[in-house]
Design a protein around this ligand. Structure first.
Ligand code: AMP
Ligand code: MG
Length: 327
């Protein structure tokens, strides 16, 4: 089976093609174009959607060329239907619907967050993990039970990715800035005390963001270091409690922030204490990409027919814990 997956929830427009043989998936191509706002600015939804419109046809044709197939070879088309920015989501949905209706190919709307998790499982081999999803749009701890992902902790305000990006923008970097902060942080070891806020098993980052901005006025590098240490320690505490509670023997980290080495280091220590295996999604597939959507659509196609075109949708706020997973 050959699937095409289209991702366009926020900054990234991506098309990927995966071949499924038995239960194994092989990524034949994964092409991306990423919208970058001006330095110091965040994603402007209309500008990002314009970027996606301008790049969608070249990304699609490159993905087909690299996979050495034509559209007619595809068995299914999947697109990220949410959560995400409305104008951006609509671009991916329009491309998917146009191809599906013209070439009569079954179409699957996919939840973007579940895409992060399913591709993580495919690529790491984790089978029944506690999942830490940390990205621009999510900060969630999840475990799968009775056909649904259940939340064992999440952010009460901004996500870990937003914390890093908003702080990075205040330093003048262009979003996404997690990598810039990681680089600066690696040159300091001077911890400045910052607000640490874990409530129950949820985290709150907005006070930490304001306090770090004040520290940065004196020393940017120490601010980056202290921000990472504090935010990642909060996440590690929640992970540790969730591991004790769920008794899971695997932890898998997915989402763009999974690229951060210091976060992995801290979580590895947690896993050692709990006799738990640690899996990190490979760097190339940590951020948003078409492969996440493609693989999830392929899994769904095992248990249900494609969605009727008139029933396809996009939805800006679509929580992953509301999705029933039957495959
Ligand atoms: P996603 O929404 O999954 O594409 O993830 C994007 C988020 O990942 C942004 O907030 C980035 O700042 C963040 N990110 C990317 N690389 C790193 C890194 N090396 N360290 C921390 N955060 C990162
Ligand atoms: Mg994402």
């Amino acid at each position: 089976m050959l699937g095409l997956g289209i991702e366009s929830t926020a900054h990234t427009f991506s098309c990927a093609i995966i071949e499924k043989k038995r239960n194994k998936g092989k990524i034949l191509s994964d092409i991306r174009k990423i919208y970058r706002p001006a330095n110091g600015e965040g994603i402007h939804p209309r500008e990002a959607s314009r970027h996606h419109i301008e790049n969608c046809s070249s990304v699609l044709s490159e993905s087909l060329t690299e996979a050495k197939i034509t559209i007619k070879d595809l068995d299914i088309i999947s697109y990220a239907a949410g959560p995400g920015l409305g104008p951006c989501l609509r671009v991916g949905a329009v491309v998917a619907r146009s191809l599906a209706s013209f070439y009569k190919i079954p179409i699957y709307p996919v939840n973007h967050a579940i895409g992060h998790i399913e591709l993580g499982k495919l690529l790491t081999g984790a089978s029944n993990p506690l999942v830490l999803l940390v990205s621009g749009g999510h900060t969630m701890l999840l475990a799968f039970l009775d056909k649904q992902w259940r939340v064992f902790g999440e952010t009460l305000d901004i996500t870990l990715g937003q914390l890093l990006d908003q702080f990075g923008r205040s330093l003048g970097f262009a979003s996404p800035c997690g990598k810039n902060i990681e680089e600066l942080a690696s040159t300091s070891s001077n911890y400045v005390t910052l607000p640490y806020s874990v409530k129950g098993n949820d985290v709150s980052f907005s006070g930490l963001l304001s306090a770090t901005k004040s520290v940065a006025k004196k020393n940017k590098i120490d601010a980056c270091y202290s921000l990472q240490e504090t935010a990642f320690a909060m996440i590690s505490e929640s992970v540790e409690r969730a591991l004790s509670f769920t008794r899971k023997k695997e932890l898998m980290i997915v989402g763009g922030v999974a690229a951060n080495k210091r976060l992995s280091e801290m979580l590895q220590d947690v896993c050692k204490r709990h006799g738990c295996k640690f899996f990190v999604v490979p760097l190339k597939y940590a951020g948003d990409c078409g492969s996440q959507i493609c693989w999830t659509g392929i899994l769904e196609s095992k248990v249900k027919p494609g969605t009727l075109l008139k029933d396809t949708f996009v939805t800006q706020s679509w929580r992953l814990d509301s999705v029933v997973v039957n495959y």
